[in-house]
Design a protein around this ligand. Structure first.
Ligand code: MSP
Length: 550
């Protein structure tokens, strides 16, 4: 059976600085989704990378006394270290300085030019180099500060090339299924989808802005040359956002790009690449809220102008604050994900971000909350549960898995308790699919934790440790141990996308191997063949408690 495709991307991170928890969060969400979809039988492609052109990087390199490329090479190496520390398993890493990407950018630009969607005109703007974006005077703080970085904007005045963004208003409104748009005004051939941007609150914000009308945007620069050269006018480099957005396509058409070709290659020809055909219709861009405008309005218009379809979904998450404050270098409160992972563990960091992070709304990073989550959810609820059960399996069953006795027990609590565990496991795949399809990571974890808590309750209620002392209760004890093992087995597979290390250790210590569940439904069903399974004699502590109170 051929697998269904799923394509997930993160933004390309600027190489001007080290990555912080904000960047790590976007990437962790995407990584978890990629792992989940893989478990659910999809053929997944997960793309991330680095944004290396533009004035911001040019300046940062100058400051470091390096050429922009040498500077980028240095920082990109550090990105890889961060991904490793967080257990990120991307399938492709793209750099905007990759030669194949530059060629694709030029091909796409060429198509827009052929379609008369590009023109030259004087450009004057109030520009924030940190955002690599222009602002209108009314958007500025105190008349001259960038609303995001609170730094002075610069005045740009040069002859530029513009992209006719204003031509796409009806197309974008049609795509977003704007119900104030009359049927006759809808753009033909555009698939309407109110969920094309999620969460819906963010979709509504974008739709509101598009309804106010769109202005054409400048897409070239002449003041510096660190960028993709504009075809047909080598005085200009393309605007860094125009360049970077194209990466989501470049990565899919790489095999069709001819590195030797002197002339520009046709974008339609490039898009014949199998990777593109399979993955572009299922493209999911995972980004932060600050860059949603670029990823919807600007990117979709570029694509539509070039005759390409728009991505399936864009998901924009919120931002972290730290102990109630904006995260900034000036305040010295930047959370470095590698430091957290080194100190507390990779899964501990992953869990906190997925459970408490800004997936829908902004979220606040609080050390006390972090400690609570680790100590309560991971150490107490899951970790203790695991060691409790594995110890009992050794003590009462010599590390083997007893079969579920056939007889019905007089003890109704026992009977319903076992049934409840089995049903919860069976229902888990659908619950996880439903929550993960809308990127609801906290709710997905909550579904898993319902099973964790039910198991803890089941042990307290059925008291296997007491039954172990009564020989007549042996069958009941075996039934309990069977159900506990099966439930841990389910957790050891279903937790894997979220807590890959702990899940692997659980499987190893339970004597399981990956072949025992190759998809989500198998992962969540009770094993039929368990006779040869032996669990490890010594189980390790999955999640040590954090003792400090800082
Ligand atoms: N280079 C552009 C993206 C180009 S994509 C074609 C860019 N890069 S970035 O390095 O600034 O990283 C942006 C990502 O980090 C965004 O998803 C952004 O929302 C995220 N975060 C940056 N600070 C953040 C927080 N404080 N909290 C959560 N995420 C935040 O933009």
């Amino acid at each position: 059976m051929t697998k269904k495709n799923y394509y997930i991307t993160t933004p390309l991170y600027y190489v001007n600085d080290e990555l912080h928890i904000g960047h790590a969060t976007t990437t962790l969400y995407a990584d978890t989704m990629a792992r989940f979809k893989e478990l659910d039988g999809f053929q997944v492609k997960f793309l991330t990378g680095s944004d290396e052109h533009g004035q911001k990087i040019f300046k940062a390199a100058q400051k470091a006394g390096l050429s922009p490329k040498a500077f980028a090479d240095k920082i990109v190496g550090k990105f890889q270290e961060v991904w490793e520390a967080l257990g990120i398993r991307e399938h492709q890493f793209i750099r905007t300085t990759d030669a194949y990407h530059e060629k694709v950018v030029q091909s796409l630009f060429q198509r827009l030019k052929e379609k008369d969607l590009v023109y030259k005109a004087p450009y004057q703007a109030l520009y924030c180099t940190d955002c690599e974006q222009a602002y209108s005077p009314s958007q500025l703080l105190d008349g001259s500060l960038c609303p995001i970085h609170k730094t002075q904007v610069i005045k740009l005045s040069e002859e530029n090339y513009f992209f006719r963004l204003s031509a796409f208003e009806k197309i974008l409104r049609s795509r977003l299924d704007d119900d104030t748009l009359a049927q006759t005004e809808r753009a033909p051939g555009i698939e309407a989808d109110p969920n094309a941007i999620l969460p819906l609150s963010k979709r509504n914000e974008i739709l509101g802005k598009v309804r106010e009308g769109l202005e054409n945007i400048s897409i070239s620069r002449t003041a510096f040359d660190w960028g993709v050269e504009m075809p047909g006018d080598s005085e200009h480099v393309l605007w860094v956002w125009f360049d970077a957005l194209v990466n989501y396509i470049s990565a899919l058409v790489q095999t069709k790009v001819d590195p030797q070709a002197e002339n520009l290659q046709d974008i339609d020809h490039l898009c014949q690449a199998l990777d593109f055909q399979e993955n572009w219709p299922v493209a999911h861009h995972f980004i932060g809220k600050d860059i949603l405008w670029h990823h919807s309005v600007v990117w979709w218009s570029m694509l539509n102008g070039a005759g390409l379809t728009m991505p399936h979904r864009v998901y924009a998450h919120g931002w972290w604050t730290v102990e109630g404050e904006k995260m900034s270098k000036t305040l010295g409160n930047i959370i470095r994900p590698t430091a957290v992972a080194e100190r507390y563990g990779q899964d501990q960091l992953r869990y906190f971000v997925l459970r408490e992070g800004p997936v829908k709304e902004d979220a606040n990073w609080q050390a006390t909350r972090f400690h609570q989550r680790i100590n309560n959810d991971l150490s107490k609820e899951l970790g203790n549960l695991f060691s409790r059960i594995t110890k009992m399996l050794w003590k009462y069953c010599d590390g083997a898995i007893p079969a579920l006795p056939q007889e019905t027990f007089a003890d109704a609590t026992l009977h319903t308790g076992i049934q409840e565990l089995k049903t919860m496991a069976q229902e888990l795949p659908e619950k996880l699919r439903k929550t993960m399809d809308v990127f609801a990571f906290p709710q997905a974890l909550e579904e898993l934790w319902k099973l964790v808590r039910t198991l803890n309750r089941f042990i307290d209620q059925t008291e296997p440790f007491k039954r172990a002392k009564v020989p007549e209760q042996r069958q009941e004890l075996l039934a309990i141990m069977h159900a506990l093992f099966q439930s841990l087995k389910v957790l050891s597979f279903a937790l894997a996308p979220f807590l890959p290390n702990a899940a692997l250790r659980m499987r190893e210590e339970l004597g399981l191997n990956d072949q025992q569940a190759t998809n989500l439904d198998d992962a969540c069903s009770w094993l039929v063949n368990f006779e040869n399974i032996r669990i490890a004699e010594k189980s390790t502590q999955l999640f040590p408690r954090i003792e400090e109170n800082k």
